[in-house]
Design a binder for this molecule. Structure first.
Ligand code: ATP
Ligand code: BTN
Length: 324
């Protein structure tokens, strides 16, 4: 296990630890301990250092543990999980699974990371992914049909996230078409769907979810819109429990989506639609259109009413914003 990771494991109890005691426990010098803590601080982790007492995490957090997550899964959904790997540091969990998909991984395979160095959002945007307690998770799923059959998959994934939030006691959340989970209008989670394969099938999808659990203050300054984390809504929830609930709900939703597509999720999605019947502006690649959002159709396309006429839009290169 890398030194950073072992140190974090010890510090995750929230107590002070002297550099000397940490060094002795890990069989390294005090200066190696200091260097490792410094580098984690540079990555945005808030570590308090008090002369005479040592080091402690400003906000202690539970490191992700494979066995703890698997233990939370009940027999039913657990059987749908074909594997789960946890990385301390990775470029992007989505990119990793898109690459690994070529090695024959099966549906239901998860990749999670403590931090991403190149976390990605939609349309080449960055996803702010510091070390310090958020969740970065990707799931691989294979489909017999081609990518056209996956219209609506990222909407179904949004339902999985909101179901997990419900179980965790977090209410007042909503969905912003096509891929954001909001809490009181602020971005709590984002979903990135990537698909590869033959036009007529088979194909595979990687569904990536970034869920803000405890966003370190410094890193947050890079986020260009209103955001929120779980710690500010409902403090003290264990990350392994949150991750397991996400894994569980995603497995249930994906199994249903594979059988019957989006149809079983449309009403639920509409009931969570943050912008339903509100004035919005739709950003298309070359122009903007203002209208009233009329939620989604059976395929998951956005319905926009302009001067009494409703048109439909697929998620591709389209962004929705509230007006006013
Ligand atoms: P749309 O998908 O409709 O264009 P969007 O503006 O949310 O909506 P996305 O591509 O989905 O765009 O997400 C990228 C946006 O999310 C960027 O504005 C970025 O600043 C913001 N962002 C990046 N990291 C985070 C994070 N951890 N939490 C909340 N928002 C983030
Ligand atoms: C968005 O709102 O634009 C989508 C953000 C998706 C972020 C997640 S974090 C896990 C997975 N790996 C990535 O690089 N991106 C997704």
């Amino acid at each position: 296990m890398p030194l950073d990771q072992t140190l974090l494991k010890i510090l995750s109890n929230g107590q002070f630890h002297s550099g000397e005691a940490l060094g002795a426990q890990l069989g390294v010098t005090r200066s190696a301990v200091w260097k490792s803590l410094q580098s984690m601080q540079q990555q945005g982790l808030d570590i308090h250092s008090v002369p005479g007492r040592g080091y402690k995490l400003a906000r202690p957090f539970e490191l992700l543990e494979k066995n703890t997550i698997l233990e939370y899964l009940d027999g039913g959904s657990g059987q749908l999980c074909s594997g789960l790997e946890i990385h301390f540091e990775i470029g992007s969990t989505n990119r990793h699974l898109m690459q690994q998909a070529r090695t024959g991984l099966k549906s239901g395979y998860f990749c999670l990371a403590e931090q991403q160095l190149q976390g990605r959002g939609r349309r080449g945007r960055d996803w702010v992914s510091p070390l310090g307690g958020n969740i970065y998770l990707s799931l691989l799923w294979r489909f017999a049909e081609g990518p056209a059959s996956l219209a609506g998959l990222s909407l179904a994934a949004g339902i999985a996230v909101t179901r997990a939030l419900n179980v965790l006691g977090i209410t007042e959340h909503g969905l912003k078409w096509p891929n954001d989970v909001l809490w009181k209008g602020k971005k709590l989670a984002g979903i990135l769907l990537e698909v590869a394969g033959e036009a007529t099938g088979p194909c595979h999808a990687v569904i990536g979810i970034g869920l803000n659990v405890a966003m370190p203050k410094e890193a947050a300054s890079a986020i260009e819109q209103a955001w929120v984390d779980i710690e500010s809504i409902r403090p003290g929830l264990g990350r392994n429990r949150i991750a397991a609930e996400l894994v569980h709900q995603l497995l249930v939703v994906l199994a249903q989506f594979q059988q019957s597509g989006l149809s079983g999720f449309v009403d639920e999605w509409r009931s969570l639609d943050h912008f339903a019947n509100q004035e919005v502006v739709l950003h298309l690649p070359v122009r903007k259109i203002e209208g009233i959002a009329r939620s989604i159709d059976e395929q998951g396309s956005l319905c926009l009413e302009v001067e009494g006429k409703v048109s439909r839009y697929g998620s591709g290169e389209v962004s929705l914003r509230g007006l006013g």
